[in-house]
Each structure stands twice: as C-alpha cells, then as structure tokens.
Design a protein around this ligand. Structure first.
Ligand code: TXA
Ligand code: MG
Length: 327
C-alpha cells in the first residue's frame, strides 16, 4: 500500500523522480488520465499491470514529449510523419513497428507500438522532465470507466500508486484515436476525437474500426471496457424508453436518464441528466456522468447519438458500456 500523494505542478519534479526510480505515476492528458511508467523498464511496467489489475495481453501506448523522440522507440514512415505533423501534440495514437528498447511486456508481445504525443500542458511538462518514453494506459482499474478527473483516478488508485498529478478535467473526455500505420492499409483501431474523415484528408484511404481485420489486430478490443457497475441501456425512441422506465420504477428501481440538452423536457426532472449541447460537450462529460450516475441509480438509460464524426466515437464507448443492450 502506498500513501498516495495528490497535487499539481509543484509535484512534477517529484513525479519525474519517481518515474526514474521505476515507480508508477498518474498524470492528466487532454483525453483521459494515464497511469505512467518508464516504457524501457520492465519492472516498472509490471507495476502498472498490478495497479490496474490488468491482463498481461493488452498493449500500452507509449507517450512522448515531441516528434523528435519517436525514432528512438519506433520506425517512423511517411504516412506517420504526415499524421504527427497534422495532429500532434493531440488526441491521436499511431501504431508503428517498434524498436528493441521497448520491452515485449509493454506491447503484449506485438512487434508494434502505439505512439502518442499528448497536448495537455501538464502532461507535456511531466514528459519533458521524465526525459524518457512513458508507457501509460488509462488510469482506471481494468474494465472500469476511464477517469476524466483527478478524483476518479483517486477513487480507483488510492493506495495502489505513490502519486497522482491533478491537471483538472480532461478537455476531450474520450481516449485517443488509435490509427495503425504498421500494416498495408491505414486502419483506425479505436475511433476518437481525431475522426476517420480528418485522417482520410491526409492519407486518402483509411479503413474504419468496424472492418474485421481491425478487431483481430487490436488486442484491447476484446475486453468489456467502460462498464459502469449498474446495467446501462441505449435508446433511440423516447416512447420505448419511457415504457421501460415505468416498468423499472414499478420494480422499485432508481433510474438515471442521460440525454442531449434539447431532450431534457421529455423526462422527469429528478431523473434526467444533460450530457451537454454539442458533440464536444457530450464527449467531455460522458465518462464523468457514468461515474456519477452509477453511484445513485440502479439502471442508466442513455440517448443514442449520431453515427458520424465525434459522436460516432462516443457511441463506440457507449455500446460497450451497455454491452450492446438497446431499448
Ligand atoms: O487517450 C488515450 O489513449 C489514453 C491516454 C492515457 O493516453 N490511453 C489509453 O490507453 O486509452 P489504454 O491502454 O486504456 O488503451 C490503449 C488501446 C489498447 O487497448 C489497444 O486496443 C490499443 O490502444 N493499442 C495500443 N498499442 C497497440 C498496438 N501495438 N497494436 C494495436 N493496438 C494497440
Ligand atoms: Mg483504458
């Protein structure tokens, strides 16, 4: 058990020192909080698995301070240069052939590695001070909702790691887009705020995450992620949702209904929660709302979103939260 310290910029030097000693530190990024360790230190990486309770066959993303550090850990190709120049620092991870300094345990024995250069100012300062590549999954216990605020990291990690850097609420709110440029065709393995449409503008053809190949080559995808501790359902039809809500209420269940701002008026005031007005609001708020609602409700019902752009990326997470259950 650690006596977990929490703080802001004043703790960055200490956090970087812990990393050099082979410890695990949680830090904010613009997407979600990460649980970082020295990517070149096998013993340090093992501590991430322990802190998260994570199965050993799930690869970690390697975080870097800037583009110039990529070639130390991966083979940079022309497409990757275009993508990093266009979108980094920012919410995208690019999967490339890895170099030997990244141990196999960090990448689930794959010969590839996901590289990400986050834009959050505290992440950038932390990575700069560390002066080495940082392997980091999201800072939640395995299978739980990714944390978008320091207090949710604390909820899952108190006592399990020595230090958490608090950088406020994550601006994007869902994890980075994962784009593989290690195969024949550029393929989105996980959708995110950098959408397939944005990537295609730079690369031409891009395969989406719904293709068969994608699921096979992205090991993290086979686990149920983002699961609140109460059952969740998606709905498109308000009437159907209301019928289901009435039935649950008769059974004495407490309901939380997550909808777009514009649809609040369709549900009872004491049950309804706004996800926000814009797609960006919804992405930023969704993981926090799932964590809040699971604390007081027995069932969470969520309005389905658009199947394009950023909302499609959020829907990808919500379908997993709901285990595919649609009203
Ligand atoms: O926004 C994010 O990406 C956050 C922050 C902390 O950077 N990190 C994150 O890490 O979401 P994690 O471990 O929760 O999810 C990483 C996913 C894996 O589940 C896997 O699907 C994919 O990225 N991935 C990582 N390395 C890969 C590789 N070499 N080949 C294929 N997929 C990979
Ligand atoms: Mg995760």
């Amino acid at each position: 058990m650690y006596d977990t310290k929490v703080g802001g910029y004043e703790l960055i030097d200490e956090a970087a020192g812990l990393i050099r000693e082979g410890e695990v530190v949680a830090f904010p990024t613009e997407t979600v909080y990460g649980l970082g360790a020295d990517a070149t230190n096998e013993e340090a990486i093992k501590k991430i698995f322990i802190a998260k309770n994570r199965p050993l066959d799930n690869p970690f993303i390697v975080h870097l301070h800037d583009i110039s550090a990529i070639e130390e850990v991966a083979e940079l190709n022309e497409d990757a240069k275009k993508i990093f120049n266009a979108f980094s620092p920012g919410p995208i991870t690019v999967v490339l052939k890895k170099k030997p300094c990244v141990p196999d345990i960090a990448t689930a024995n794959l010969d590839t590695v996901g590289i990400r250069i986050p834009s959050h100012p505290m992440a950038r300062e932390f990575l700069k001070k560390c002066g080495r590549p940082i392997a980091a999954p999201s800072a939640n216990l395995s299978k739980r909702v990714s944390p978008t605020e320091c207090r949710y990291v604390y909820e899952d990690m108190n006592g399990r790691i020595p230090l958490i850097l608090d950088g406020g609420s994550c601006e994007v709110g869902i994890e980075s887009t994962v784009l593989s440029l290690a195969g024949e065709v550029p393929t989105v393995l996980r959708p995110g705020a950098i959408t397939i449409e944005m990537i295609a503008k730079h690369l031409g053809t891009v395969k989406s995450h719904t293709g068969e190949v994608v699921v096979a080559s992205s090991p993290g995808m086979k686990y149920t992620h983002y699961a609140p501790i109460v059952p969740c359902y998606l709905f498109k039809d308000v009437i159907k949702a209301k019928v289901a809500i009435d039935n649950w209420k008769e059974e004495g269940k407490k309901i939380a209904v997550l909808v777009r701002e514009a649809n609040i008026c369709n549900f009872e005031e004491n049950e309804v929660v706004s996800m926000g007005k814009t797609s960006e609001d919804i992405a930023r708020n969704i993981f926090r709302l799932l964590r809040e609602c699971e604390k007081y409700s027995d069932v969470i019902i969520i309005e389905g979103l658009k199947e394009e752009g950023l909302e499609a990326s959020v829907m990808n997470r919500l379908l997993k939260s709901c285990g595919g259950k649609i009203l």
